[in-house]
Design a binder for this molecule. Sequence first.
Ligand SMILES: [Fe+2]
Length: 376
Amino acid sequence: MEQTMMRTYGDYRVLEEYLQKIGTRRLFLVCGSSIQKLRVDGCFDALNKRIPVIRFSGFTPNPKYEDAVRAVEAFRRSNCDAIIAVGGGSAMDIAKCVKLWAALRAEDGFLNQTPYPNDFPLLAVPTTAGTGSEATRYAVIYYHGEKQSLSCEECIPSAVLLDPSLLESLPDYHRKASMLDALCHGIESFWSVHAAKKSREFSRRAICGILENLELYLQNHPKGNAGMLEAAYLAGKAIDLTQTTAGHAMCYKLTTLYRIAHGHAAALCVSKLWPYLAERSRGTELEDTLSELAAAMGCGTIPESIGKFERLLSSLHLETPIPRPEDFLILQNSVNPARLQNTPIVPGMEDILALYRQILSKGGAAECRQRHLRKF
Ligand SMILES: [Fe+2]
């Protein structure tokens, strides 16, 4: 299915024209409450005068299965014929569940059933440059506290609207962390065992785009925001083809244990996974892959590219969490072995433990952890 791409800078006539073109009569809008701070909120109020917009915001970050069930029920009651997600990963996860489960019976448990195609268009408007969810077939939902990854081609939005003006109000920490998420998508996709010519091209363009736009993006400059939004989308296209690897598999527990952002956690993991892979790649095909990755990073050698990533990460001045001694066992046991299989050298459980010790080795004093928690 060819995805329709639209671009704007705060002018939503392009969206209205598209909705009219596809014959939308009622629009189901999935968005977090933070949409009220964005100019786009008024655009949907204006649109509501011509195409009724029914809003759903009843979900938390890292949404639960129950949130998705409520969203599906609300969608059915609304008689809407199109779904739009405006937000980061969570709004898109919920909207994807609505698309996937719209025609299934809740009583039979949505997770137990095989979704079948429906004609409801699914539109995505990302408000961060990070998850790339607007380009992927993946959705994440928590069922009784356990992460459930859904993967279905039906989840790939049929249309995407990229509006860099939405990035203007991003808080500093989330600005940095979402960019790191996109960069890790590009890097992990590049070395994934599922990588091929097409996915590497997406990765390469994503990595170059992120590095080229980094400075202006961190300054909240319109040009930097626009470039980063495009790059994050391309990184999403890359992982849609390859999935992520051990960096992401290891990062999820860090986010819940220390309440740090997903992209921050992923970057901490990739910063140690990368040298781990490099050390074991000598004389193998992986060495060529990592050399190509180094070139994509604008570096002549693998160590240079690892150093560049580490310097980028440390230049953001993000605090490394302080672990408790008992955390390492929790972290080691949290890693889903199936999620590691995309990694070109699959770390064993002892290696996972050693990597977590390296990842969390840079922490400062105990109050550093407390300072970090206060940010949320
Ligand atoms: Fe990610």
